[in-house]
Structure formats: C-alpha cells, structure tokens
Ligand binder design. Structure first.
Ligand SMILES: [Cu+2]
Length: 107
C-alpha cells in the first residue's frame, strides 16, 4: 500500500513538472489581409502563416519581443515562427503595407 501511494505521488509530481506541449497556430493570409487581426498564444508556441492568395506575401516583425523576417512566399505556401518570449508582437507584410496583425504572447 505504501509503495502504491509513493507511486501515485511520484506520478502526480511528474505530471506537474512536465512542460505543457507547445501549440502550433495557423494564420491565413487572404485578400491582402491576415485573417486574424489578433491572436493570443503562449510562450513557446509557433505560428504558421499560410498564403491563400494567388500572389506572394511576406511576414516580418520589428517588435522587441520577437524580431523576424520569414521572407516572401507564394500561394499555398506557409512559413512558421516560434514565439519564445512573452510580450506583444506586431506582424506585418513587406509587400502590402496595410497588412498588419498583433500577436499577444502570454507567459
Ligand atoms: Cu501581403
């Protein structure tokens, strides 16, 4: 009985220590816009930007939280960025200056 209790206690402890699995979010680009204007994710999650338009889009951010440039890519293609730090990430498209969205990265 004591061994069993110890086993359960160890199991519970192990579960609490395991980090939550990182999620992958998808943001589509359609009609010269990001389909989601705002997205909330957790630190460690990744966001995949998928181009649903028949022309190229680009994805970049100059935010302090995460500065990146995924380059340009055509229809049906996508690019992924991992958001490892909590904060606000303003995402833009270099091809279309009006394309903007905000990602809130929670701890
Ligand atoms: Cu664009």
């Amino acid at each position: 009985m004591r061994t069993y209790s110890l086993f359960i206690a160890t199991l519970l402890l192990a579960c609490q220590c395991l980090p939550a699995a990182a999620a992958e979010h998808v943001v589509n680009q359609k009609g010269k816009a990001f389909v989601q204007k705002k997205l909330v994710v957790k630190a460690g999650d990744s966001v995949r930007f998928v181009n649903d338009d028949p022309f190229a889009h680009n994805v970049f951010s100059l935010s302090d939280t995460k500065s990146f440039d995924l380059g340009s890519y055509g229809q049906g293609l996508g690019k992924t960025v991992v958001l490892d730090k909590a904060g606000t990430v303003e995402v833009e498209c270099a091809v279309h200056p009006d394309m903007k969205m905000v990602i809130e990265v929670l701890k």
